[in-house]
Write a protein that binds this ligand. Structure first.
Ligand code: 4AD
Ligand code: MG
Length: 429
């Protein structure tokens, strides 16, 4: 007997096969039993016909419950019109008969579903999101590998902050130090460019900010990329090409998943270079015209991001922000007032998905910035060293994986895009 996965069904029409999986729905008329089966690769209907199976097989089928694990044998047949396949069951083994499943067909609120996250992950929508997340991860690796970037792992336990000290999870590092969970591997991968030229990391990062929005998690996955001899303009080009590559791969590989999520594909198909471009000052001006009360030195709020992109089919780079509201490590333009940085804002109201910048590469200037920001100089000595031994212009950026996946999937709240979300009010399961 050939064991197959549901996605292989098309290659086995008319043949006897074995499929291992779970019953996610079922109904029986008394003489025919329809089992909706999933096996991780896909979904399929299995049909048990009382008149063509042994009494034993029929009785076993009748004992199946929602979420029971099963091993089915039978013949694959094709739907006369659609690209769908069915299993005409001849044998069934119940590996475990599931107890009454807590997630029913009726609508459940988000809190209930999040409490049941360990089970909710099995729902077709959640399956689809995780499959797309997988494509996004692999295509980010794919693009960066094709473009000369080497994956380098940055530490999670760090003695200092990268983005800002108020957002750190602090832990006791034995009895002799405080340590912090990393907010971004950026500073460490900056060190690695002097060895490898172009590098990236990809791992979990932690932010203790008390934001309770649909775009904030306290633990999320970030890809930081960094490249030597790359300046602000080229940095944005890399981001643009990377995002286009990722969207193209998802459209190529995840049609089935996007259909389950009822994602409108038209906006995704329009994601092509060049992306929109405006300075922070231009963005503020436009937002004021659109009715926002944002001021020249303000960060963009979620509503501002949505307003700004409402008429744009492609993401928009908001570049060159007032230096005083951005991180200490960002290089400034000639005026000294503007940071050579960019936030990439996704369309359709999904907000900031990338933050990037050129980095300050002059020792003296960086030293002053660290002092201005009242950062502990001792802890930044190694970072300053990078500006003493072969300093070069360099730039990089960080993508929030869940924000990117949320946009591509059209998921309202990014908590659904990570298997086990951690938020200000949730750490379980
Ligand atoms: O803009 P951020 O804070 O940039 C950095 O951390 C830089 N050090 C990255 C770099 O240059 N290498 O974070 C980068 C991205 C954001 O654009 C956003 O997509 C995501 O990380 N992000 C979050 N995602 C989920 N929950 C949060 N609380 C997030 N904070 C940032
Ligand atoms: Mg940012």
């Amino acid at each position: 007997m050939t064991k197959i996965t549901i996605t292989q069904a098309a290659e086995f029409i008319g043949q006897e096969v074995q499929i291992q999986g779970w019953v996610y729905n079922l109904r029986s008329s008394g003489s025919i039993c329809f089992l909706q089966v999933r096996d991780g690769s896909g979904f399929m209907q299995a049909i048990v016909n009382k008149s063509s199976v042994s009494a034993d097989v029929w009785q076993t089928a009748e004992k199946a419950t929602i979420e029971s694990s099963v091993i089915l044998t039978g013949q694959i047949s094709k739907h006369p019109k659609k690209e769908e396949y069915e299993l005409q069951v001849s044998g069934i083994q119940l590996v475990q008969i599931a107890e009454e499943y807590p997630i029913g067909k009726k609508e459940h609120g988000p809190d209930f579903l999040l409490d049941q996250r360990h089970l909710w992950l099995r729902a077709p929508s959640q399956w689809a999101i995780q499959r797309i997340r997988n494509t996004v991860i692999n295509s980010i690796y794919g693009y960066l590998n094709l473009n000369g970037f080497t994956k380098i792992d940055s530490p999670i336990l760090t003695p200092n902050a990268c983005e800002g000290t108020t957002e750190l999870f602090e832990i006791n590092y034995f009895d002799w130090a405080k340590a912090y969970l990393s907010q971004s591997g950026q500073l460490y991968i900056e060190a690695a460019i002097f060895s490898l030229g172009r590098v990236f990391d990809f791992g979990p990062v932690f932010r203790a900010e008390k934001s309770k929005t649909r775009r904030h998690l306290t633990e999320f996955w970030m890809m930081d990329a960094e490249a030597a001899f790359v300046e602000h303009e080229e940095n944005m080009k890399i981001q643009e090409n990377l995002i286009c590559f990722v969207i193209e791969k998802v459209l190529e590989q995840n049609q089935k998943e996007l259909a389950i999520l009822e994602r409108d594909l038209e906006p995704l198909k329009k994601i092509k270079a060049p992306f929109g471009r405006m300075t922070h000052a231009e963005a503020v001006k436009k937002l004021n015209q659109l009715g926002s009360d944002i001021k020249a030195d303000d960060d963009l709020g979620a509503d501002d991001e949505t307003l700004l992109t409402q008429d744009s089919a492609v993401p928009i780079f908001v570049e060159k922000w007032p230096a005083q509201i951005k991180a200490f490590y960002m290089k400034r333009d000639e005026s000294g007032k503007v940071a050579l940085c960019d936030d990439l804002i996704a369309p359709e109201g999904f907000g900031e998905i990338i933050g990037g910048s050129q980095r300050e590469d002059d020792y003296q200037t960086l030293l002053e910035r660290i002092k201005e920001h009242k950062l502990p100089l001792d802890e930044f000595q190694w970072y300053l060293d990078l500006r003493k031994y072969g300093s070069v212009p360099h730039s990089g950026f960080g993508i929030g994986l869940e924000r990117l996946v949320g946009w591509i999937c059209g998921t309202h709240h990014i908590r659904e895009t990570i298997p086990f979300p951690r938020m200000i009010n949730r750490i379980r399961p």
